[in-house]
Design a protein around this ligand. Structure first.
Ligand code: FES
Length: 103
């Protein structure tokens, strides 16, 4: 699987998420920085498909802003009854000033 540059390190602040697009993937990816570590998950809640990238993150848990389903951004594991299924995760690495995701 190829690594794709999706953002610069300076594009994302600790404790936040941003949507990114990777070549070769039609759907966006939610890229998060939490505790100064980077994580990438599918930018689509498994309940009713809200974007997760602009939902609040505490520690490693993102809470969907539409109805409150939660996901662990490290594993994609859904938490609570509205998280109908887990969300996909993607490996992340830093190369220089860039963030890369393996698609
Ligand atoms: S769309 Fe995310 S909880 Fe409903």
């Amino acid at each position: 699987m190829p690594w794709q540059k999706v953002a610069a390190v300076k594009d994302i602040k600790n404790g936040n998420g941003i949507p990114v697009v990777a070549p070769g993937r039609k759907k966006p990816i939610a890229l998060f920085c939490a505790n100064h570590q980077y994580f990438a998950i599918s930018d689509e809640c498994s309940h009713a498909y809200a974007p997760l990238s602009d939902s609040p993150v505490e520690e490693y848990i993102v809470t969907c802003k539409w109805h409150g389903a939660q996901f662990d951004i490290r594993t994609g594991k859904g938490i609570g009854p509205l998280a109908y299924s887990d969300v996909r995760t993607f490996p992340v690495r830093i190369t220089g000033e860039m963030i890369e995701v393996e698609i």
